[in-house]
Write a protein that binds this ligand. Structure first.
Ligand SMILES: Cc1ncc(COP(=O)(O)O)c(C=O)c1O
Length: 390
């Protein structure tokens, strides 16, 4: 077989994603696009903010010398300097350009740092439920993902994390605002985690995966993890913030408070290169410096969140509104989320079963759909729950 056994196994393990995708295509063909309500993908489809499009036009017009060339593998120094300054302003931590590495999206950032950090068999603790690709990023470098339970509100359980720490623990992934739950970890819990890490007998890094940082609702504020956690490595991107997930631009920021931060920064610059990324897309690096304040339209997302959550609650679902990110993690009216996903599918509604995120009994619904899709889908959510209650 030309495909490695490892990859074949991984493909089979992740086949539920493919099955959902294929079912969606079949259903759309059968019933027409407009009669299928696809809540599966976290793929913002609105236009990027005006300031971003203006920045791109300006960059293309001026075509500054070297704007399309190789640059240092870590990225354009002046872009990294600007980012370091804004991070220092937001966190109070003295980041410099040497701690910033421009990456191919957030996924590129995470693979780059895991390649630099993990020895075979090293462990990475991941609170459940989690973004499913983490397991593969860790396995790419022969690491071991160690899932850890969160509490009934999907908040970090510090005692549970402590129980999972072994001499092989190298890192913990935090994702706040969280995909899939929408939870924002409060400052007090981050402080408890910092205290735990200080008690540990070897350095454990926190990879703070922050692509949803700008999606917060009801005036909530997402605490700056790097301000609280000394051993913090931020991995993030503009994929969601600017609705440009196809453009692949992000960065790693390694806190200068992390032991051996400089050595890790240099190692990441190297691993970014040898993983084949070489450097992050040049024009997008420049764009990030041109439009630093461009933000998503939170009003539209708040409206969609409320429309969906209130509609689902009226239909009889037990709903928890997300505090951030753009997903609703909905408790299924029967414990078997795969079964309930099938019931919804028959009604033309596509959702991702919670099992894929390591938490059965839930489904994930993405708010990146249009307002109209939400309105037209609600009667079908209602039909699905009625089938169970009757
Ligand atoms: C939690 C989380 N981390 C990382 C990523 C990857 O982001 P990017 O597309 O910028 O690589 C995603 C994408 O959906 C995500 O949901």
């Amino acid at each position: 077989m030309i495909v490695s056994e490892t990859v074949q196994r991984q493909i089979e393990g992740a086949s539920w994603i493919r099955r959902m995708f294929e079912e969606g295509i079949r259903l759309k063909r059968e019933r027409g696009e407009e009669n299928v309500y696809d809540f599966t993908l976290g793929n913002p489809t609105e236009d990027p903010p005006d300031a971003v499009r203006a920045a791109l036009q300006k960059l293309a017009r001026t075509n500054a010398r070297g704007a399309h060339s190789y640059m240092p593998n870590a990225g354009f120094p002046d872009v990294r300097r600007k980012l370091a300054q804004s991070l220092e302003r937001d966190t109070g931590v003295p980041f410099t350009e040497d701690h910033i590495l421009m990456t191919v999206g957030c996924a590129g950032a995470m693979n780059t740092v895991f390649k630099a950090m993990l020895n075979p068999g090293d462990e990475v603790i991941v609170p459940m439920p989690f973004f499913p690709d983490y397991q593969f990023y860790i396995l790419n470098f022969s690491g071991k993902m160690v899932p850890v339970e969160t509490d009934e509100n999907f908040e970090l359980d510090i005692a549970a994390i402590e129980a999972k720490i072994t001499p092989k623990t190298r890192a913990i992934i935090l994702n706040s605002p969280n995909n899939p739950t929408g939870v924002i970890y409060p400052e007090a819990l981050l402080r408890d985690l910092e205290a735990l890490l200080r008690r540990a007998d070897h350095p454990i890094a926190v990879i703070s995966d922050e692509p949803y940082k700008s999606y917060v609702y009801d005036g909530a504020k997402c605490p700056e993890t790097a301000a609280i956690i000394s051993n913090c490595i931020i991995a993030t991107s503009w994929s969601k913030t600017w609705s440009i997930p196809g453009e692949r631009i992000g960065y790693l920021a390694i806190s200068p408070r992390l032991p051996e931060a400089d050595a890790l920064s240099q190692a990441c610059t190297f691993t970014n290169r040898i993983l084949g990324f070489i450097n992050a897309p040049a024009i997008w690096q420049l764009a990030t410096a041109e439009a630093p304040d461009a933000a998503p339209d939170l009003g539209a997302y708040t409206e969609k969140r409320d429309l969906l959550c209130d509609g689902l609650a009226r239909a009889g679902y037990e709903v928890r509104k997300p505090q951030g990110a753009f997903y609703v993690f909905l408790k299924t009216p029967i414990p078997d989320d795969m079964e309930f996903t099938k019931i919804l599918l028959k009604e033309g509604v596509l959702a991702v079963p919670g099992k894929g995120f390591g938490r059965a009994g839930y489904i994930r619904l993405s708010l990146t759909v249009s307002r109209d899709t939400i309105v037209r889908s609600l009667p079908f959510f209602e039909k699905a729950i009625k089938q169970i209650k009757n």
